[in-house]
Write a protein that binds this ligand. Structure first.
Ligand code: 2P0
Length: 334
C-alpha cells in the first residue's frame, strides 16, 4: 500500500506563461499568467518508501510501469530536494505516476503530474491541502518541476503571480473566486503528437531572440488584470476577447523568434476564422492556443451544438473534447 496518493488535473492558460527570468531552473516567470483548471485527465501519484529514489510512469491506458529515463529526471530531483529541505521525508522514495492522458496529446500533462507530485509530498510531510500556507508551499514545489504546474494545485480560475524575489518564495499560484461555472472549453485535436520544439526550449528562444518579447511581458500583465476583472464582472465576452488576443500575441512572439517557432497549422487558423465568423453572427465564441496546433474554443453551453456541427463538417477526423473548469489537487484514499 502506498504511503500517500494524490491527484491533480491539467490547466489551460487564458493569459499564457511564456518566458523565464534568467537562471531558468526554478521556472521563475517574467510575467503573471492566469488559467482555468480542467475537469478531466487527472494524474495520480503514489509515494512509497524505497531504498533509493525512483520515478516510475505507467502508460495512460494502464499497464506496467517503467522507470523514467535519466535524461528526464532533473525536474523530479529538484522537486524532491526542495521538499526534503522543508520536511522530514524518507531518505528514499518511489513515486509512481498514473496519468489518464498520453503526454503527446498536448494538454499539459506535465502540469497535472508535477502538481500531483507536489501535493503528495506535501501530505507526506505532514501538511494539509486544505491549509492555504501549505498549498502555497506546494505550489512553489510544483513550479520547480514545471512552471505551469504551480497553477494546478488550485481548482477553477487561478493566477500565478510572477513574484520579484530571486529565491522564488513569492512566485506561486493564487486561487480566484469561483465565477463563470458554465464556462465551456472545446478542444479540437487537429494533430495529436509531440510538438517539434518543447515549451521550455521555445520560451528560452523567444526571450533571447524575439523583438516582441518586451512588449509581450507588459501585455501579459495587462491581460491578466483584464481577464481577472472580466471574471469579477461575470463577463464572458470580455474574458474571451482578452484570452484570444493573448494567445495570438503569444504566437506573434513565437513567429518573431529566430529561428521562428511555428506551432499553428493552416487548420488551426481555420478555427480562429470560424470563431470570428460565429461572433459576427452574434454567437460569443473565442479561441485560445498553447504552444501546439490544437485550438481550444471558449464558449457557453448554448453554443456547443453549433460548434460541434461546424467543427465536425470542417474536420471530420479530429476528435473533439468537451471540458469544464475542475478541481485542484486532491488527497486520494489509499
Ligand atoms: C501556459 N505554456 O501558460 C503556457 C502556454 C505553453 C504555452 O506553460 O519549462 O511546460 O516546464 O516551466 O510549464 C508550457 O510550459 O514549461 C506552458 P516549464 P511549461 O500554460
Amino acid at each position: 500500500m502506498p504511503l500517500v496518493r494524490a491527484s491533480a488535473a491539467p490547466n489551460l492558460a487564458l493569459s499564457k506563461y511564456w518566458g523565464k527570468r534568467p537562471g531558468g531552473a526554478a521556472n521563475l516567470p517574467v510575467a503573471d499568467s492566469l488559467s482555468v483548471t480542467l475537469n478531466a485527465f487527472r494524474t495520480t501519484v503514489e509515494l512509497r518508501a524505497a531504498r533509493q529514489d525512483l520515478i516510475l510512469w505507467a502508460p495512460a491506458a494502464g499497464g506496467p510501469t517503467a522507470p523514467l529515463p535519466d535524461r528526464l529526471l532533473p525536474p523530479y530531483t529538484r522537486v524532491l530536494a526542495a521538499a526534503r529541505r522543508d520536511w522530514d521525508l524518507p531518505p528514499g522514495l518511489e513515486a509512481t505516476f498514473l496519468p489518464t492522458l498520453e503526454p503527446a496529446q498536448g494538454l499539459a500533462g506535465s502540469a497535472a503530474a508535477f502538481a500531483a507530485f507536489a501535493a503528495a509530498l506535501t501530505i507526506l510531510g505532514g501538511r494539509s491541502l486544505s491549509h492555504p500556507e501549505d498549498l502555497r508551499r506546494a505550489s512553489i514545489l510544483a513550479r520547480l518541476g514545471s512552471g505551469s504546474a504551480c497553477r494546478s494545485l488550485h481548482g477553477g480560475f487561478v493566477r500565478w503571480q510572477r513574484g520579484e524575489l530571486s529565491d522564488g518564495s513569492d512566485s506561486f499560484a493564487i486561487p480566484l473566486p469561483p465565477v463563470l461555472p458554465d464556462l465551456a472549453l472545446l478542444v479540437v485535436l487537429l494533430a495529436p503528437g509531440r510538438k517539434a520544439t518543447s515549451s521550455t526550449e521555445g520560451m528560452l528562444r523567444s526571450a533571447a531572440t524575439s523583438r516582441l518579447f518586451p512588449w509581450w511581458i507588459d501585455r501579459c500583465n495587462q491581460d491578466c488584470d483584464a481577464i481577472q476583472a472580466a471574471l469579477q464582472a461575470n463577463d464572458f465576452a470580455t474574458l474571451g476577447h482578452h484570452a484570444e488576443a493573448n494567445a495570438l500575441a503569444l504566437h506573434a512572439v513565437c513567429l518573431a523568434s529566430t529561428p521562428p517557432l511555428l506551432y499553428a497549422t493552416p487548420d488551426t487558423l481555420r478555427v480562429f476564422q470560424l470563431a470570428a465568423d460565429l461572433r459576427a453572427q452574434g454567437l460569443p465564441v473565442y479561441v485560445t492556443l498553447d504552444a501546439g496546433p490544437n485550438p481550444v474554443l471558449l464558449h457557453l453551453p448554448p453554443a456547443r451544438a453549433r460548434l460541434h456541427s461546424e467543427l465536425g463538417a470542417l474536420f471530420p477526423q479530429a476528435p473533439l473534447l468537451d471540458l469544464w473548469p475542475g478541481d485542484g489537487a486532491r488527497h486520494e484514499p489509499r
